[in-house]
Design a protein around this ligand. Structure first.
Ligand code: ADP
Ligand code: MG
Length: 730
């Protein structure tokens, strides 16, 4: 039973009070079909809004099943509406982007019904209102009469004891009006149906009560048919929308309006790309600045190089190299890394070239041939290099020599690599040459001290600089010395005495002993070692293999080159865990304009922050505009009993779906770029420096943005009553 006692509702507008209804007394029961008429502005809508809890009243008292409602809060009225009232509106108030099925289903989803139940009821109702053919048609494509049928089906699906219809036929032609009123009557059994209409004649035969209003008051209230007044209003059971259904609605809303979807996709893409490129370019410039520095000890200061030695100061074993090779980010290892810092100078009568040694194997060359004999080499450099560009023919097949090590090289091929700058060259050499170079380089890093009798020969001792050379003819463990060294031995004779040798650098400190078995003099030198006596200088001669064992003894320092600089920190950590000391080349560079660099960095950060903040605001406003158009949707949700929390979570699910979808598309895009399926150098370069963590952070920023936006929007639409929000919409 619904009862009004002296109920009045006033509207305050521009300082003027307009009465909506004044001192209304009315009692309505279950089973009634109430028809209300009256001229425009007579208070019909106001009365219906008060009865259905869509609007508040100022004076008097409304009773629901005898309970007073003047103390009701907004939530109480919402609860009342959910349990008792369904509304049918002149302008249908359907979700145009949903199908007939989805519109009817919506109210039950909001009431927490389960999927199977919903399906059965919806199919049945579609049948009942005669829209079977239009089950999957979008509501926007239906005629007015069909739309109102959907609205009626939805009201029935809501399964409340009261159905309130404010001019449901106002927008329909007379034929459609007749059908709708008939349908309303058919469904009215055991319910309280209240209809405002001007089609009094057509509805007269159905009505059980007739009310005529004028100027906010009831002029006539006639009971036309007898009904059982004992009927009490039975509230329906309500529960809340399930979590999964909220997600489902959010996902449906994300994709069902193509234009809105596209706009949101563009906006989220823009934010993603801006954030990623801001971060990436910041990183790039950081590395470029580092790359402009230099290191006075290491010639090869590539960013992807890590110099390592073992924490226990022992030499490297094959096992160590195998372990390092198993790290995913390791590109290659240069075992004896002194070679990577070595600059080889070669010249012939016309040209003078210098470059680093590349120890990797080559499979092909751009010009000429792959080297096959020991002295053949290949040069690698940029096409902008003057020698390789203009003097290609003169250099190719020409012979060069190294003054430093008395070696000869024949250039047989050229490889172009335009990532090189125009001055840098690299040489590929044969294994034989590489070993030769390594021995020479190694030797230059070793500190050799000889001891003969009690005299130490280190650097220049008495004007003698002892140097060690090798020859096949000398037996292992023996040494041949020049006769002028006899002076340091007792009796001026060193034959069968011992020559001690100490070999030292930061890693090794080894002692060796050699027995002096031959003294070289002007008569025997040429015969024994094949060198003229005068060319021997301060050299001593030992066996070839002894020589190699001493000079190339063991490797104590190597270099690891990584594939991805962005993951270099991880590789360093892994190397440390394996027991290696590490020195990152990118951090070991000197920089003379450190201060200036810091200033630039801060400025860049400021500019980027401004950019991101601006982007944030632009996005925010665009989204606001887009979602202003969604007011009608969320007002509909509200009229169907959706609370603020429900509205916010549906919108949140929608925005998070859109953000996630956009982000996945973006990640696929980046993947394809890095696989070279799509050619986009800019993003490819930028993403080289962006790690997993940054991708996760950007994703969380998108999610955060979605959450903030849905909370703000929810607060906004619930600031006004449903009726007011309607007004804004129409
Ligand atoms: P009806 O539905 O019978 O045409 P209404 O209930 O809409 O009549 O209006 C009753 C009276 O209340 C009218 O005088 C109208 O001007 C006034 N009124 C209705 N809604 C508002 C409103 N939102 N603000 C101010 N006055 C209103
Ligand atoms: Mg009205």
């Amino acid at each position: 039973m619904l009862k009004l006692k002296n109920v009045s509702k006033y509207y305050y507008q521009d300082g003027v009070i307009a009465p909506g209804i004044t001192k209304i007394n009315l009692e309505l029961h279950l089973g009634e079909f109430v028809v209300i008429t009256g001229e425009s502005g007579s208070g019909k809508s106001t009365l219906l809004n008060v009865l259905s809890g869509l609007d508040t009243y100022e004076d008097g008292e409304m009773y629901i099943n005898g309970e007073e409602t003047s103390h009701y809060s907004e939530e109480d009225f919402l609860e009342y509406r959910r349990k008792y009232v369904s509304n049918i509106f002149q302008n249908f108030n359907l979700v145009n982007s949903y199908t007939v099925y989805e519109n009817i289903e919506l109210t039950m989803l909001l009431n927490g019904k389960n999927k199977n139940e919903i399906k059965a009821i919806t199919e049945n109702l579609i049948d009942k209102v005669g829209l079977k053919k239009y089950r999957n048609t979008h509501v926007s494509k239906l005629s007015g009469g069909q739309k109102q049928r959907v609205a009626i089906a939805r009201a029935l699906a809501n399964d409340t004891p009261i159905i309130v219809a404010d001019e449901p036929t106002g927008a329909l032609d007379s034929k459609a009006s007749k059908e709708i009123l008939k349908l309303l009557y058919e469904i009215s059994h055991d319910k309280l149906v209240i209809v405002v209409t001007h089609n009094k004649s057509e509805i007269a035969s159905y009505a059980t009560r007739f009310i005529r209003m004028h100027d906010g008051k009831i002029l006539e209230n006639t009971l036309l048919k007898k009904i059982n007044l004992d009927h009490d209003l039975k509230s329906k059971k309500v529960s809340n929308i399930t979590f999964l259904n909220k997600i489902m609605l959010g996902m449906r809303n994300a994709f069902n309006l193509p234009i809105k979807f596209l706009l949101m996709f563009i906006i989220f893409s823009l934010i993603t790309i801006t954030l990623i490129s801001c971060y990436g370019s910041l990183k790039i410039s950081e590395y470029e600045e580092l790359a402009n520095g230099y290191n006075e000890y290491f010639n090869n200061s590539k960013d992807n190089r890590i110099v390592i030695n073992k924490k226990d100061k022992t030499y490297f074993t094959e096992d160590d190299y195998q372990k390092i090779n198993q790290l995913s980010n390791v590109d290659y290892i240069v075992k004896n890394d002194l070679i990577t810092d070595y600059e080889l100078f070669i010249n012939n009568s016309n040209f003078y070239l210098d470059g680093k040694i590349n120890t990797q194997k080559i499979n092909s060359v751009d010009v000429g041939n792959i080297p096959n004999s020991g002295s053949e080499i290949v040069i690698k450099g940029s096409r902008d290099n003057w020698y390789l560009n203009s003097m290609q023919d003169e250099i190719l097949n020409s012979t060069f020599k190294s003054d430093e090590f008395a070696m000869e090289f024949k250039v047989v091929g050229i490889i172009y690599d335009d990532s090189f700058n125009e001055y840098t060259l690299e040489f590929y050499v044969s294994d034989e040459v590489l070993n030769n170079l390594l021995t020479n380089i190694n030797k230059s890093y070793l500190n050799l001290t000889f001891k003969l009798n009690e005299t130490y020969f280190n650097n220049y001792t008495d004007g003698i600089y002892l140097n060690i050379l090798s020859s096949d003819v000398i037996p292992r463990g023996e040494v041949y010395i020049k006769d002028d060294l006899n002076y340091y031995c007792s009796n001026n004779n060193c034959l069968n005495k011992i020559l001690n040798l100490n070999v030292k650098n930061i890693y090794v400190n080894n002692d060796y002993e050699f027995k002096i078995t031959k003294i070289l003099n002007s008569n025997n030198a040429k015969k024994i070692i094949g060198t003229n006596y005068n060319d021997i200088l301060d050299n001593v001669y030992i066996n070839n293999q002894d020589y190699i064992d001493i000079i190339n003894s063991n490797i104590y320092q190597s270099s690891v080159f990584v594939k991805e600089i962005k993951d270099l920190d991880t590789t360093v950590k892994e190397l440390n865990q394996l027991g290696f000391n590490t020195m990152e080349m990118r951090k070991a560079k000197l920089d003379e304009i450190e201060m200036l660099r810091q200033v630039f960095k801060i400025m860049k950060l400021i500019v980027m922050s401004i950019l991101i903040i601006t982007l944030f605001f632009i996005t925010y406003f665009i989204i606001k505009i887009i979602y202003k158009s969604r007011n009608s949707y969320y007002t509909t949700i509200r009229t169907l009993g959706g609370t603020k929390k429900v509205c916010i979570s549906i919108l949140m699910a929608e925005l998070i779906t859109l953000a996630t979808f956009t982000y996945i598309v973006f990640l696929i895009f980046i993947y394809l770029i890095n696989k070279n399926v799509i050619n986009y150098i800019y993003l490819q370069n930028i993403t080289k420096y962006v790690g997993i963590l940054e991708y996760i952070v950007v994703f969380f920023i998108l999610i955060l943005l979605s959450i903030i936006m849905s909370l703000r929007y929810g607060r906004k639409i619930f600031k006004n009553s449903i009726i007011k929000t309607y007004g804004e919409r129409i």
